[in-house]
Write a protein that binds this ligand. Structure first.
Ligand SMILES: [Fe+2]
Length: 283
């Protein structure tokens, strides 16, 4: 089995698991340091664990509902902790978002199980949510020995009841939790575009010294709203943000999330890995 080491001062370059990604990694020995794979995918397809015989894996997760008010099942937390130990992942990257909500209240129907959203949703950005995240993280850290890093979510609209900006929310959470930051620069740009904020100004207000990992991916715009899109390459503004961040911090890992399309061009994967290595000075 191969395990990822993450020495300080070095940035490992990885790809998010998706169609064609293992084949690309195999075809380009030495180009990619790791594959980042979701817990949910491994739970559904345990045979994917065999990937680690040829390339180190890093665990991503969308099941902890860290910014939610409906906790995950105990069995789910146990399974995540076990997967992380088995993989020897340096950390678990989880979204600063929620995936479960209260049971739907339908007229004449007794409430059932919590509502599963199947997608990580940006929470209300408020002191109430910050406190809930602090409590949720404390519980998760008591059940799981692998370090947790939290990923800023894409924000598509101002969530009702919000009292703070995305940057203030991330700062508030990290000031009260012993976790690293998984800075998704595409999510960040999306949030800034959709809330009319200045991305270059705001990015430097983040706790950049806490960044352990960076994500980059594409985005697209529909009806005036910017959306997350892992089927397209990161555009120039994402690379501009990356340069700004790298001037202030040295993440341990950078993952390209180009994993939604089997037709994503291998030539762009190769070119972007090379571009990132140049920015990091490791080309
Ligand atoms: Fe991401």
């Amino acid at each position: 089995m191969k395990y990822l080491s993450t020495p300080a001062g070095t940035t490992r370059i990885g790809l998010a698991y998706g169609p064609g990604i293992p084949e690309f990694v195999e075809a380009h020995p030495g180009l990619v340091d790791y594959i980042e794979i979701p817990f949910e995918q491994l739970r559904h397809s345990p045979l994917l664990r065999s990937l680690q015989e040829s390339v180190p894996l890093v665990l991503h997760c969308a099941s902890m509902s860290v910014a939610g008010f409906v906790p995950p099942a105990d069995a789910t937390i146990d399974a995540i902790a076990l997967e992380a130990e088995r993989m020897r992942t340096p950390w678990i990257g989880e979204h600063l978002a929620f995936v479960a909500a209260d049971p739907l209240a339908l007229p004449g129907v007794a409430p059932g199980s919590p509502t599963t959203l199947t997608y990580t949703v940006c929470p209300q950005l408020s002191e109430e949510t910050v406190q809930q995240v602090v409590d949720n993280v404390a519980l998760l850290q008591s059940r799981c020995t692998t370090p947790l890093i939290l990923e800023n979510p894409p924000q598509y609209f101002t969530v009702p009841g919000s009292t703070m900006t995305m940057v203030d929310f991330v700062n508030a959470v990290l000031s009260r939790c012993q976790v690293g930051l998984l800075l998704d620069l595409s999510h960040f740009l999306i949030a800034m575009l959709n809330t009319g904020a200045d991305a270059h100004q705001e990015v430097t207000r983040l706790p950049l010294e806490r960044v352990r990992e960076i994500h980059i991916s594409g985005l697209n715009t529909q009806s005036g709203i910017a959306w997350d899109d892992h089927a397209t390459p990161a555009p120039a503004p994402v690379f501009e943000l990356l340069e700004l961040v790298l001037a202030h911090s040295r993440p341990l890992a950078l993952t390209m999330e180009y994993n939604w399309s089997p037709n994503f061009p291998a030539s762009i994967l190769h070119a972007h890995i090379t571009r990132v290595r140049h920015l990091l000075g490791t080309a």
